[in-house]
Ligand binder design. Sequence first.
Ligand SMILES: [Cu+2]
Length: 135
Amino acid sequence: MSSLPRSPLARLCLPILAAGLLATGCAAADEKSAERPASAETSQTMESLRIEVRLAGGTVTPVGERLEARVGQPIEVLVDSDTADELHVHAHPDHTFAVSPGDDQRFRFTVDIPGRVDIELHHAERTVATVLVRE
Ligand SMILES: [Cu+2]
């Protein structure tokens, strides 16, 4: 008996290499979906961040407030207003809330993706606050 013939072995290598590349591609794609934090769990235990907003006589308060929150932390915007407006939260996905004339309007949301989230009043054209949302 002589040593193993070389050509059959060489032919085996290519399919294995190709299969290896495919597996690597799949694993990379899976990683992203696994990263999503379990925000439903954490929002139960975290105190909510409150932002009190007032629209009166065409003036908005606050404007350009800087705040910080955590991923999954409930954020509450409490609005007293003498006019209708649209509250827009620039998160992903975003949230739009209809403001109507009246006091003690409460809008609640959570942010699942870390980053800077602008909270705007579209009709007044003001950014009420920017929330830095951390992991
Ligand atoms: Cu907006």
